[in-house]
Write a protein that binds this ligand. Structure first.
Ligand SMILES: Nc1nc2c(c(=O)[nH]1)N[C@@H](CN(C=O)c1ccc(C(=O)N[C@@H](CCC(=O)O)C(=O)O)cc1)CN2
Ligand code: MG
Length: 296
């Protein structure tokens, strides 16, 4: 079998277009554009690229982008004071603090300072709790993007066996919650899981989010399964001095066995920013008491 390639880049472009098409209605109802504030601390090159992409995508969708860049030496109190100012700013519907943060700053304290209604990353415990008990929540962008790709490919997910490899608060745990909500039978595997290959071999859906290059081998995949690779690992390329991106799944091997698979790059990655725009528009509607935009 050769797997169908799940084109996350194309799906993300479609989602971004749908968000952009829904923005004018918010504008007419509120008299302003939805606003997304992105806070970057320090000079991490990858974070700089992601923050620039988020700003461009926000403006391209017809929303207002508010960018704050703080020096790597900023204190936790200063960062939390900025978050408090953004919480109080009525023009700001979404607040995102780009991760990772420098070592002197406690990520949890910063996330806890964000107004849950503006928490478009879905990292605040209030949103995590709402997701866990099945209430309306802002859901982390990467796992929600994975779910959108799965539903687009498979339709109804109910009764399917899903394995999520990785138990982070940002991807693994919310991914498991979303799949439970879709009535999948969900196993969360992690670094201590025994016989991981056997666990993965039972799954109709595999979501790999461990951050270990090509850890999931083709021989672990059940024939016809759908494989979602969240990993973005930069590894040395065969060309001296160069690097290339690989996922957490050994792509060429897995594509021989799977029914469908996301590539890296061009699979899950582009969904993260598209879902961020979606979450910002959803948050903007909710803050103004407007009905949620349809088709997003
Ligand atoms: N506050 C947050 N911080 C971080 C998040 C997040 O969702 N919220 N996620 C990541 C970084 N990230 C967005 O912030 C992100 C990562 C990757 C991509 C992406 O499109 N990747 C491409 C490949 C890009 C490349 O060539 O390097 C792909 O997979 O095709 C978008 C956004 C950590 N921090
Ligand atoms: Mg992400």
């Amino acid at each position: 079998m050769t797997a169908e390639i799940i084109n996350g880049k194309a799906f993300a472009e479609g989602l971004r277009e749908r968000v952009a098409a829904a923005v004018p209605e918010f504008h007419s109802a509120s008299g302003r554009a939805p606003g997304l504030a992105v806070v970057l601390v320090g000079e991490d090159p990858a974070s700089q690229v992601y923050v620039r992409s988020k700003g461009k995508a926000t403006v391209a969708a017809g929303m207002q982008s508010i960018e704050h860049r703080l020096p790597p030496s900023v204190s936790q109190d200063e960062l939390i004071a900025l978050v408090a100012a953004l919480n109080a700013d009525d023009m700001v519907d979404g607040i995102l603090v780009q991760l990772p943060l420098p070592p002197q700053i406690d990520e949890k304290a910063v996330i806890a300072a964000i107004d849950p209604a503006k928490d478009v990353d879905g990292f605040h415990v209030v949103n995590a709790g709402r997701l866990a008990v099945g209430e309306d929540a802002l859901v982390p962008c990467t796992p929600l993007g994975c779910l959108m790709l799965l539903k687009d490919k498979l339709g109804d997910l109910s009764g399917l066996d899903a394995v999520v490899i990785g138990r982070s608060n940002i991807v693994g745990k919310p991914m498991a919650q979303l799949l439970i909500k879709e009535s999948c039978t969900v196993t969360v595997a992690h670094s201590r899981t025994k016989d991981l290959s056997d666990v993965v071999r039972r799954a109709d859906i595999v979501v790999a989010a461990v951050g270990r290059p090509e850890m999931v081998r083709g021989g672990w995949i059940k024939p016809g399964a759908t494989v979602i690779d969240v990993g973005i690992n930069r590894v040395p390329s065969t060309e001296p001095g160069k690097t290339r991106l690989v996922g957490d799944v050994a792509y060429a091997e897995a594509a021989e066995v799977a029914g469908a698979i996301t590539p890296v790059p061009g699979g899950v990655g582009p969904m993260t920013i598209a879902v961020l725009l979606r979450n910002t528009l959803v948050a903007a509607h909710a803050r103004l008491g407007l009905a949620a935009p349809e088709g997003l």
